[in-house]
Write a protein of this length. Structure first.
Length: 90
């Protein structure tokens, strides 16, 4: 899981100066999908395992929280949020 997140962080780091709103929105959507799938896989794995570990719930809740945040940000944020500060009219 860490390698995927690190790889995505490097991609976002290199495109952080881009003002293309569609690309920024696409990155947020990709994070939402990745964290949602990771949450579902971890939840299934935890619930079907013979041995319950209380510390595993931390991972399940962390990825669930990340999925919820990126899903909310993607679906609720207005389009100007993704356009960058250089296109904001004050």
């Amino acid at each position: 899981y860490g390698a995927l997140i690190l790889g995505q962080a490097l991609i976002v780091w290199h495109v952080r100066g881009c003002a293309d709103g569609a690309m920024r929105r696409g990155i947020v959507r990709a994070y939402f999908v990745v964290f949602t799938l990771t949450f579902l896989v971890l939840l299934r794995s935890h619930l079907t395992d013979d041995h319950w570990h209380l510390s595993n719930w931390l991972n399940v809740f962390m990825f669930g929280g990340l999925a919820a945040f990126y899903g909310w940000f993607y679906s609720v944020s207005p389009p100007p949020i993704f356009e960058g500060l250089d296109k904001v009219i004050i």
